[in-house]
Ligand binder design. Structure first.
Ligand code: PEP
Ligand code: MN
Length: 344
């Protein structure tokens, strides 16, 4: 359940309420909005529910107590109706701006990374993406440069000022990846890796949680709840396509998910048209559709020479195509009343 405090509730009132909840053995999560403080109460035993609602509604500084029936609570819309806004350096994620993350699928060499980083920065990207630990369907494929890749990403950040996002695949690597990255990426294959979700939940850095390629929206939101349950509320959801019978495209971009997440959750929602389509010719059109539907940003793969890319070349944009994408989404961003923030 969530407890919504009156707008004039005092900090001391809030603290005494929290102490009361904790003494009963409940987990407490705070959401401090501009107008309202909302307290998420986790672990309410069924037998206590009715009594608790009555008990807490009797407090003069409590506006309302709302039982939450959904299996995800902290990431559900009622917990933070105004929406989560995440700040990474000067970059704002959520809250009416459209954020662009771009870079290679995987860090291959210093030259290609720095060239891409400089280019996407000059073109207007806000965050540099790049894999150092790469998931692969085959054990014999390239698995990334590991820490060397992380160091290169950090150097590229140093030079361009762009914050970085990179994938973490293993609980044992969370500390290492956290030493370098600004945003953790949890890939589609690990969406239901609950120990990994818990581990990034203990970090104080934003996490992008990609949707599992065979997961429902509700399963995905529950995966996000794992992260939030550990106290990390800075979660960005990312629709990257799901597996269907269609095989012209690599996956099927579920545009419904963008609209549904906006309805169900306060978390920012991104689109990854690169992995969703697997074809660079489709990436711009799908980005436009995602932004029109309310996506808070897109994450796209860009490579200096996609034909030589070690991974995901067919879906990687050339530099010129990336510029075209940014031009193409501008009128869409304006049409839905949003803005693309400058990246300087
Ligand atoms: C990636 O971003 O390069 C990636 C592997 O994504 P996904 O987990 O969505 O396949
Ligand atoms: Mn990729």
């Amino acid at each position: 359940m969530i407890i919504i405090l009156q707008s004039d509730a005092k900090v001391a009132d809030r603290d005494s309420l929290i102490a009361d909840l904790k003494s009963r053995g409940y987990g407490v999560h705070l959401s401090e909005g501009v107008e309202r403080t909302i307290i998420g109460v986790i672990g309410t035993p069924e037998r206590d529910k009715d009594n608790l609602v009555e008990h807490f509604e009797a407090f003069p500084f409590v506006e309302r107590v709302v039982p939450i029936l959904k299996p995800y609570k902290l990431v559900g819309k009622p917990f933070k109706p105004a929406g989560t806004v995440i700040n990474v350096g000067n970059v704002q994620i959520g809250g009416g701006t459209v954020c662009i993350m771009a870079g290679p699928c995987t860090v291959e060499s210093p030259e290609m990374l720095f060239e891409t980083a400089r280019f996407v920065k000059a073109a207007g990207a806000h965050v540099l993406r790049g894999g150092a630990f790469k998931p692969s369907t085959s054990p014999y494929s390239f698995h990334g440069l590991g820490e060397t890749g992380l160091k290169l990403l950090a150097e590229a950040r140093e030079e361009t000022g762009l914050p970085i996002i990179t994938e973490v695949m293993d609980t044992r690597d969370v500390e290492l990846v956290g030493k370098y990255t600004d945003i953790f990426q949890i890939g589609t294959r690990n969406m239901a890796n609950f120990s990994l979700l818990r581990e990034v939940g203990t970090q104080r850095k934003p996490v992008m949680l990609k949707r599992g390629w065979a997961s429902t929206i509700e399963e995905w939101l529950q995966a996000a709840e794992y992260i939030a349950s550990q106290g990390n509320y800075e979660i960005i959801l990312c629709e990257r396509g799901i597996r269907t019978f269609e095989n012209y495209t690599r996956n099927t971009f579920d545009i419904n998910a963008i609209a549904a997440v906006r309805e169900l959750s306060h978390l920012p929602i991104f689109a990854d048209p690169s992995h969703a389509t697997g074809r660079r010719s489709l990436v711009t059109a799908v980005s436009m559709g995602a932004v029109a539907t309310g996506a808070d940003g897109v994450i796209v793969e860009v490579h200096p020479s996609p034909e030589t890319a070690v991974k995901d070349g067919p879906q990687s944009l050339t530099f010129q195509q990336f510029e075209q994408l940014l031009e193409a989404i501008k009128p869409v961003v304006e049409a839905v009343g949003r803005t693309i923030a400058p990246n300087a």
